[in-house]
Design a protein around this ligand. Structure first.
Ligand SMILES: Nc1ncnc2c1ncn2[C@@H]1O[C@H](COP(=O)(O)OP(=O)(O)OP(=O)(O)O)[C@@H](O)[C@H]1O
Ligand SMILES: [Mg+2]
Length: 329
């Protein structure tokens, strides 16, 4: 959702034209991330009453009066950046643990035990971001897109309308095993995952489709890195991930990289080192039952807890974090 800048001006105020041109100027640089609404103190008394505006120019950012009088360009940019710097995940309570969301442009390692909920975690974020208008890509290596679509539908996360509107695409890097592309699909099909040039080509093509090639927001998921390592040599696989990170951190695109613990563990430190954040999902046996926990091991520009937080997978809402609880041994 765009940040809303509301400007109150008056025809008889000398600073109002300057405030307006400053806001319009800055809105242009933030493109669709900022929406501007202009009100006149005398002609729109109802609007002025909402915030009890007495002085112009006044600038309101997302419902909070931020500037009475003329701000400097720097002050206004900083106030906007503070608002758009983070991506809300849509995972209940997680955003509260990380200052409101994952920093934009971050690449996050989603690491965890087999069957703990790593894919559901990513699918939940993808759906939340699609609803907010972000272009998204899901590179499916562990399961075919058909399976993932069905799984998401069970939670009420239907992606087909987003696929129809070119806002979402799967890159199918699973079905090559059958030797032929699946019938009647909209996804991009990787024929030979061993050919590392195909990966870059697929990614650029699909990103062009969903984001018009110059999107300044969005999410991509690689599920999973382990399977990518199994198909490619280690070096091209790690290079592919690093290149995406370099390219997309500059454009504020969030990357989610799924990694199963227990397989290719020797590669894990290389990945952990260059990722901006690490979210670990754990299965812990307690009183003869496996419980699920989440831990934020690393998150750039974020003051976060490193304690573990229990979560459940709810058949209607997906992942729901509980309140922080100590681990019982
Ligand atoms: N519709 C559902 N409702 C509730 N729980 C579900 C539902 N679908 C899956 N689960 C739970 O989620 C688990 C699988 O989640 P997910 O596929 O995200 O795990 P993963 O960590 O990606 O697993 P893998 O290591 O196999 O890739 C299942 O084992 C099951 O316990
Ligand atoms: Mg999975």
């Amino acid at each position: 959702m765009a940040v809303l800048l509301e400007v109150f001006k008056s025809e008889i105020d000398v600073a109002s034209p300057e405030a307006l041109s400053l806001v319009n100027d800055i809105a242009k640089t933030f493109e669709d991330q900022v929406e501007v609404k202009v009100y006149d103190l005398l002609k729109d008394p109802k609007e002025a009453l909402r915030y009890d505006i007495k002085k112009v120019p006044t600038i309101i950012i997302d419902g909070t009066i931020r500037f009475t009088g003329l701000p400097t360009k720097q002050e206004l940019i900083q106030a906007i950046e503070a608002k758009i710097e983070r991506v809300k995940t849509g995972v209940s309570r997680l955003d509260d643990l990380i200052e409101g969301g994952i920093p934009k442009g971050a690449s996050i390692l989603v690491v965890g035990d087999l069957g703990v909920g790593k894919s559901i975690f990513c699918q939940q974020i993808i759906y939340a971001r699609l609803k907010q208008g972000d272009p998204c890509i899901y590179i499916a290596l562990d399961e075919p897109p058909l399976q993932i679509r069905k799984n998401m539908e069970r939670f009420g996360w239907n992606v087909s309308s987003f696929e129809a509107e070119n806002q979402f695409r799967f890159i199918d890097a699973f079905s090559w095993r059958t030797g032929a592309p699946p019938k009647s699909t909209v996804e991009y099909f990787i024929e030979n995952p061993r050919d590392h040039l195909q990966w870059a080509k697929a990614f650029e093509h699909v990103w062009g489709e969903v984001g018009g090639g110059k999107a300044t927001k969005g999410v991509y998921v690689i599920d999973s890195i382990n399977e990518m390592l199994a198909q490619m040599e280690t070096k091209p696989a790690v290079d592919f991930i690093k290149t995406r990170k370099a390219r997309f951190s500059a454009s504020n695109i969030l990357g989610l990289h799924v990694f199963h613990k227990g397989v290719y563990d020797d590669i894990m430190p290389h990945l952990a080192f260059f990722e901006d954040g690490i979210i670990e999902l754990l299965l812990v046996e307690e009183r003869k039952k496996l419980n699920r926990y989440l831990r934020i091991c690393k998150m750039l520009r974020t003051d976060h807890t490193t304690g573990i937080v229990q979560f459940v997978i709810n058949k209607k809402q997906g992942i729901i974090l509980r309140h922080a609880t100590p681990l019982k041994k």
